[in-house]
Design a protein around this ligand. Structure first.
Ligand SMILES: [Zn+2]
Length: 435
């Protein structure tokens, strides 16, 4: 619904956690003694986050496996926690949660940490125990540690990675890349010429980078999911074997919105997957409302089209149906630390609702798109992952699947001039969330 499209112009710097209008370094947080309950009294430095993750692993050795899946551009380890109970985690359906791909969205980072803590704190409760037996929860946080450190030490509003390429700098400084435009599906594809120039501008906050998965952070996260999906398909059958990724949620802020596929067209998939995704957002919204009283905006069209996002890649190429971006609460990137626990509880309820939804409606990968669609196992092997679109249509993308061309989605031309105007505004103001 074009009429439902909206952008969320907040009111930056009022009642927020950004101490300096100059957006420079933040004072130290309330000290953390190592007490678990105290951790969420404030936002935390990367060192404290790593201490927290280590502590969770030490205290729950039977439930937690820490795995290093790569290193950031500046060499920081990218670690996931795999949380499950009994049985082989490699053979369980995986719920993959990540936060902090955009470094200034601190509440996204704290929320994924809160979910990790809750899974373990409540591991003996009967409902959680059932979920931990059935699923493995994999949490990657923060996805973009270099950017996160930079938001603490230099520029609170930094969004991108910190990759520094001599030929791709911004006025002689580190450009970084928007890691949520860097995934290998619909990479850089837009019919909007002014947006396209921003996507290729190292100085813009949505710079896509030199190629898909140029950033070690997106490469590591995507490889983890891809390996699970490929292994699940190993028998060369077109049905899923054990261990597939059943869900991928990418937490951001701020907009109070759930954005299932497709981000790149802002259109809902027309088949059963679209129905599944719509029902999924409804069940999360019930959980949110019951916990915090909030109802989130939901739908592919809540934000304007954006190419190269993580959830679109996860659905488009891996067929993960339960995938979306969740934009958390707030009216700026600087949600007060007093809100960390409220948002955490709300989203923890959402994760439980998501897992229950998958148990009820199935979490097997799509048969409409991606690896498990007819002939789809040739997709990843063959592909230029950026999936070239037929240029003459501009706004069409074709996936060649087993000789059958599945053409997905045409944009609403009428909405585009409106979007262009809004885009211009949104890039002019730094206090507005971009997916
Ligand atoms: Zn974001």
């Amino acid at each position: 619904m074009a009429g439902a499209r909206r952008l969320f112009a907040g009111t930056p710097w009022i009642g927020n956690d950004c101490y300096f209008p100059s957006q420079t370094a933040r004072p130290p947080p309330i000290p953390w003694s190592g007490e678990m309950a105290q951790f969420f009294q404030d936002y935390r430095t990367l060192d404290d986050i790593n201490r927290y993750l280590d502590l969770l692993a030490q205290r729950h050795p039977k439930l937690v496996t820490v795995r290093e899946i790569g290193h950031s551009w500046e060499g920081r380890p990218l670690r996931v926690l795999e949380i499950t109970k009994d049985g082989n985690s490699a053979e369980k359906p995986c719920i993959f949660l990540e936060g902090g791909i955009h470094s200034r969205e601190w509440i996204a980072t704290s929320t994924v940490l809160y979910i990790a803590g809750s899974l373990l704190r409540e591991a003996e409760k009967s409902d959680v125990q059932l979920l931990l037996k059935h699923f493995v929860f994999t949490l990657l946080v923060p996805v973009n540690p270099d950017g996160y450190v930079y938001t603490w030490e230099v520029d609170r509003m930094w969004r991108k990675t910190r990759s520094d390429r001599p030929n791709l700098q911004c006025d002689g400084k580190v450009a970084g890349v928007d890691a949520n435009r860097n995934w290998g599906f619909t990479f850089g594809k837009t019919a909007d010429k002014s947006y396209e120039s921003l996507l290729h501008d190292p100085c813009s906050s949505v710079f896509i980078g030199p190629k898909p998965f140029s950033e070690p952070e997106t490469k590591a996260a995507s490889d983890y999911m891809k390996q699970r999906q490929e292994k699940s398909l190993q028998l060369k059958s077109e049905t899923a074997g054990p261990g597939y990724v059943a869900a991928f949620i990418d937490y951001h802020s701020y907009a109070e919105a759930m954005l299932p596929p497709w981000a790149y067209t802002a259109e809902t998939p027309s088949g059963p997957d679209g129905v599944y995704q719509t029902e999924m957002t409804k069940s999360l919204n019930r959980a949110f409302f019951n916990t915090s009283g909030r109802t989130f905006h939901a739908g592919a069209d809540v934000f304007p089209p954006d190419p190269g996002t993580g959830p679109d890649w996860a659905y488009g190429l891996l067929g993960i149906r339960a995938t979306m971006t969740i934009e958390l609460e707030g009216h700026s990137f600087c949600l007060p630390a007093t809100q960390i626990q409220n948002v955490g509880q709300e989203q923890w309820a959402g994760v439980k609702a998501l897992a229950s939804f998958i148990q009820k409606h199935g979490g097997e990968p799509s048969t409409e798109t991606g690896l498990f669609a007819p002939g789809g196992n040739s997709l990843l092997v063959a592909a230029n992952p950026s999936m070239e679109a037929p240029a003459s249509y501009g706004w069409l993308i074709a996936l060649t699947v087993g000789g059958v061309i599945v053409v997905a989605v045409a944009g609403l031309m009428g909405a585009r001039s409106w979007l262009r105007t809004s885009r211009g505004r949104s890039y002019a103001a730094d206090g507005i969330e971009l997916e």
